[in-house]
Write a protein that binds this ligand. Sequence first.
Ligand SMILES: [Zn+2]
Length: 172
Amino acid sequence: MKRPILIHPDPRLKKVCTPVSDLSDDLRQLADDMLETMYDAPGIGLAAPQVGVTRRLIVLDCVKDEGEAPRPLVMFNPDVVASSDETNTYEEGCLSIPDQYAEVTRPKLVDVRWIDRNGNEQNETFDGLWATCVQHEIDHLNGKLFIDYLGAMRRQMITRRMQKLKREQARA
Ligand SMILES: [Zn+2]
């Protein structure tokens, strides 16, 4: 089932999310719903607070080639355990900040540890777009958005645009 995506600014997007201790069917359903919502948007990553659930859960799939098989990843309690000094700059966007893009510099490589959909611990090194995406999504779990990496003027400009968008949506 698709879930509505919260638009910035929203207090739920600023919260530090709580870890998942027991993998219930409800949480697995939430992960499946988030994947459906992400693919439908379409997007390459989504964090639970973006659908109003302040728990440490993200989903992502950065496969871009049409011919390549999809790789949906579900991560409970994801953590960056190591990151490279070398950095990468990507133009980032966010499903909670529609149609706004900005360059953000982050570590190029990250080692991430997480609990998968079956409750097993996983560990993988991500590079390129995958690394940027997983860091962007983990930031959401700590109440941080990609616009928090920008200067105050730019951030305020984007926030005002989103406030206007939300007013228009409320009227529609
Ligand atoms: Zn985002």
